[in-house]
Design a protein around this ligand. Sequence first.
Ligand code: ADP
Ligand code: MG
Length: 247
Amino acid sequence: MSTGTSTSVSLDVHDVHLAFGPNRVLRGVDLAVPRGATACVIGPSGSGKSTLLRTINRLIEPDRGDVLLDGHSVLRDDPDALRQRVGMVFQQFNLFPHMTVLRNVTLALRRLRKLGEDEAVAIARAQLELVGLAAKADARPAQLSGGQQQRVAIARALALRPEVMLFDEATSALDPELVKGVLGVMADLSSAGMTMVVVTHEMGFARQVADTVAFMDRGVVLEAGPPEAIFEQATHPRLRRFLAQVL
Ligand code: ADP
Ligand code: MG
């Protein structure tokens, strides 16, 4: 699959802290994702995985620490500009139900990138083609399966030509038989050289696709390394306990 991007960039999260009132949710997170690499983030519920992704694309501002793309801090950039560079896909697809699939994909191109209708439509059709949904351009989201809707959400993010893609449990809301198609699109994107951070419970995907697996627990990355090291030679007792529950 073509990523539709001209470039992907390295991503570095450095010593990021964030508290919601007294709840210290991120307590010094470090994560390094080289250009074109895929990092899978695993860990128990409530460990701060979603919050970490949200600080990377600045849906939330960290209290301390830095987020760097290709070595440059993004924390002083305009958040809207950053969100075009960093695409995000959520567990809930968040498509607009009253718009066609095509319109869902062209909307941000028109509003954020200020493209004209013809150009936006051409890019959107090309992205829908890449996720295997060219034939559904005129359908409404409700006429699609959950897996197809999630692929539209991915196409919508990719249409903006992001340099990094973030996935937050993108398959957790899907019926089991629909998971594979979405993971396939994500694996293709990873092979095509997109820099990605994937929060997932799909350990098979992490094992096969990740360059790095990072285990988050209570607001820190407790252990990170290549999948073989994490899944077969985990050292930290909390990681071993987590893996015993999910594998
Ligand atoms: P995970 O994705 O690993 O399950 P989250 O990042 O969603 O974890 O949540 C980590 C902690 O932060 C939880 O205790 C959650 O209740 C808290 N939290 C998340 N978002 C907010 C928010 N907007 N306001 C207050 N607390 C939040
Ligand atoms: Mg979460």
